[in-house]
Design a protein around this ligand. Structure first.
Ligand code: PLP
Length: 453
């Protein structure tokens, strides 16, 4: 029997990130400023270091990974590719199921892959502080870790509901030396405005982004750092798919379908894009972004220019969106509750080159529990989305008898999400379809472009 864990040596950690833009038939639309004109690099320089801005706009296929970043990656990478044999047996499917386990990072998810790179480039640029937002706490922990590794102070605006629901994520960030504030705060204009409207505001990711961007824009020593959505973030995450390709080579297999949970699109892009390179060259492989039915950005949103945050401080991005004023229903996959999506993923989805499915919450927990009872690992609620979609196809293979190769990205573990599992076990979780009315309403609130077309 072949190995269960397919492992690589540290020397096989990729030396370059893969930039999907080089292989896109239709290039992503540029970000626009408030005047409706494409933004130049200088417009982003107030909050990002130039090296990251260059990556954001790059069309080069390969971008080299700095040695100090690879050195930190070595603390947990390469991550294993695992064959989920016990899950296959339980499902009785002829499909071969593989997963890449990103939960082995110190912060417990894929997010440190970009946090480390972002902290490094900011340090190189002489920045001493980073401001960021976090929803479920995974990104905040990743950046706290990375800031600590490179001697950069980190301030995290944590969405208020999560701040109270997930005290141990907060402790984790503090352990790595970060300062954590419940957003909305009264120290930023965006926060004060939200509190004036609703003193009990539970906060949202879009609002926390406004606070962090505002702080970064107003301080010389401080930059902003985003955990998903942006091109350079997806670029950094391609270490996942690049490693996975080598691992599949080792066992002489290749995925027919790839699944990843999709919030802002970074672990999906990271896992899937290196395989897109083969697809662009003619190989048949399906790439499936899996999102919650309660936040169906790709499957039901509008493909339009919209802001990345609630207050409208970010550039306009051409993406699938549920509207920047989206107030998420309180589902448990906190990391998937963002109104927009990556411009790269959005363009590829629009062009029919990647697929998307939306899955209801209860079914995702059911899949996650099945997985954990076979394979041991308790997945993050976000990851359960990919597992659901993968299991659904594995069951279809059982009906048709097709021995397909299915691969999903297990983006993180769920050790800080056990309260959500408790709710699932006690029957308190609900399924929630995002209302059509809200989707229509969002269309009216999209920014009107000064120079549309
Ligand atoms: C943040 C997060 C996600 C969603 O974010 P993407 O940018 O879409 O990858 C998925 N899974 C886990 C474990 C996360 O922490």
């Amino acid at each position: 029997m072949s190995d269960t864990k397919i492992l690589l040596d540290e020397s096989e950690i990729p030396t370059h990130w893969y930039n999907v833009v080089a292989d896109m038939p239709i290039r992503p639309a540029p970000p626009l400023g408030p005047d409706g004109r494409p933004l130049g690099p200088e417009a982003l320089a107030a909050i990002f270091p130039m090296a990251l801005i260059e990556q954001e706009m790059s069309t080069e296929r390969w971008i080299s990974i700095p040695e100090p970043v690879r050195e930190i990656y070595r603390l947990w990478r390469p991550s294993p590719l695992c064959r989920a044999r016990r899950l296959e047996q339980t499902l009785g499917t002829p499909a071969r199921i593989y997963y890449k386990y990103e939960g082995i990072s110190p912060a417990g998810s894929h997010k440190p892959n970009t946090a480390v790179a972002q902290a490094y480039y900011n340090k190189q640029a002489g920045i001493t502080r980073l401001a960021t937002e976090t929803g479920a706490g995974q990104w905040g922990s990743a950046l706290a870790l990375a800031g600590q590794m490179f001697g950069i102070e980190v301030r995290v605006y944590m969405v208020k509901v999560s701040f109270h629901q997930k005290p141990y994520r907060r402790s984790m960030m503090q352990t790595w030396g970060a300062e954590v504030l419940a957003s909305p705060t009264d120290i930023t204009e965006s926060g004060r405005k939200a509190l004036a409207q609703d003193p009990e505001s539970p906060g949202s990711l879009g609002l926390a982004i406004s606070e962090a961007v505002e702080e970064a824009a107003s301080r010389e020593d401080t930059n902003y750092s985003l955990g998903s959505v942006l091109n350079h973030v997806l670029l950094h995450q391609t270490v996942i798919g690049l490693e996975a390709k080598k691992q599949f080579e080792k066992v002489g297999d290749y995925p027919d379908i790839i699944y990843a949970p999709c919030g802002g699109g970074s672990n999906f892009g990271g896992a899937a894009f290196p395989f897109f390179a083969d697809k662009a060259a003619g190989k048949e492989v399906r790439l499936v972004a899996v999102e919650p039915a309660s936040c169906p950005t790709l499957t039901r949103g509008h493909f339009a220019y919209d802001y990345g945050d609630t207050a409208g401080l970010t550039p306009l991005m051409h993406m699938y969106t549920l509207g920047h004023d989206f107030m998420p229903p309180s589902i448990h996959a906190g990391g998937l509750r963002y109104h927009g999506d990556s411009v790269l993923v959005s363009q590829l989805y629009h062009d029919g080159l990647v697929d998307a499915v939306a899955v209801p919450q209860i079914a995702t927990f059911e899949a996650g529990v099945t997985f954990s009872r076979c394979e041991g690992i308790i997945p993050a609620p976000e990851s359960n989305h990919a597992i659901r979609a993968c299991i659904d196809d594995a069951l279809k293979c059982k009906e048709t008898g097709e021995p397909k190769t299915l691969f999903f990205n297990l983006s993180g573990h769920g050790h800080f999400d056990m309260a959500a599992y408790d709710k699932y076990f006690s029957g308190e979780l609900e399924d929630y379809d995002y209302p059509e009315q809200a989707i229509k309403a969002a269309l009216h609130n999209l920014p009107k472009l000064a120079s549309a077309g």
